[in-house]
Write a protein that binds this ligand. Structure first.
Ligand SMILES: [Zn+2]
Length: 290
């Protein structure tokens, strides 16, 4: 299974950056969400792919017609929080308020209340696994927030699986977990199906990564395919490199892959998965192996 997902946020929704963290500042940046989403939808139409779109609640509120168009074109609508803040920087109460606002705005724009969620920056970490309980009690049954490798904004490097599994939360609720997939380089887990690695690796290595995996979860943003976007103020040189390298060729690269690979949405992957045979993890298992 190769799952195609997009996180629908604008070029300035970069995490952990003081110059863009405050929602009050966002309206002062010129939006590129219209052209960014159109580019993704046209790509999906050209390649015949139906994908999962994790929508930022703020985008659903400020550009509802664009979010509605994603749904009209037949894609799966999912949730990517409202304010795009790191989960572990919030209290459980703040996280739950943010989630409810996001679900309300996405439902208002599309008529669909999402049941799948991805945290900003994959930021559900060891200190914030309470988030899984809050997701489950707010109608979320599927989560794609687990990044089973080291990462600037958290990650769960000890997560025991790189494939779909069940999670029993602390209060005994169940979630379907679709973690990021990874390959291994010198024993280290490398997530190649999104972010800087997707754009930097030679195409042959990338293709090999897909070919060797039974399960690949991808993650992309409109800005990953937009070479004309402004540079976000306040980023250091390393983050700037990782954020902007390869933007001019990334869509052609994804298109070349889509030509050879059958991409599906999370909803379709749920149908194709035999849930009676996937591992059932408890919260304590989330950090069990390195
Ligand atoms: Zn995001």
């Amino acid at each position: 299974m190769n799952i195609l997902t997009f996180d629908i946020e604008d070029w300035f929704h970069i995490l952990d950056n003081p110059k863009t963290v405050d929602i009050e500042q966002w309206n002062s940046f010129p939006s590129r969400i219209d052209s960014g989403v159109s580019r993704l939808l046209d790509f999906c139409d050209r390649t015949g792919v139906k994908a999962t779109f994790f929508i930022l609640g703020w985008v659903a509120e400020t550009a509802p017609e664009i979010v509605a168009e994603i749904s009209r074109r037949g894609h799966e609508i999912a949730c990517h929080s409202y304010r795009h803040q790191l989960v572990y920087s919030q209290t459980p109460e703040e996280f739950e308020r943010d989630l409810a606002m996001a679900l309300d705005h996405i439902e208002a724009a599309t008529g669909i209340r999402p049941t799948a969620y991805r945290a900003p920056g994959f930021s559900i970490t060891r200190e914030s696994t309470w988030a899984f309980d809050i997701l489950a009690r707010n109608g979320i049954d599927t989560d794609a927030s687990v990044f089973p490798a080291l990462r600037a904004h958290g990650g769960l490097p000890g997560f025991p699986s790189g494939e779909p599994c069940h999670l029993e939360t602390i209060s005994g609720q169940h979630l379907k977990i679709f973690p990021m997939s990874y390959g291994r380089v010198f024993g280290r887990r490398i997530v190649f199906s999104g972010g800087g690695y997707f754009r930097l690796l030679p195409y042959s290595a990338l293709k090999l990564g897909f070919d060797r995996s039974d399960y690949v979860m991808t993650y992309f943003h409109p800005r990953d395919f937009d070479p004309e976007q402004p540079i976000v103020p306040g980023l250091g040189p390393v983050r700037q490199f990782k954020s902007y390298v390869g933007l001019g060729t990334s869509l052609a690269r994804l298109e070349r892959l889509a030509d050879k690979i059958d991409f599906i949405s999370i909803g379709e992957a749920i149908i194709r998965t035999d849930w009676s045979s996937v591992p059932l993890l408890a919260s304590g298992d989330l950090f069990s192996t390195a």
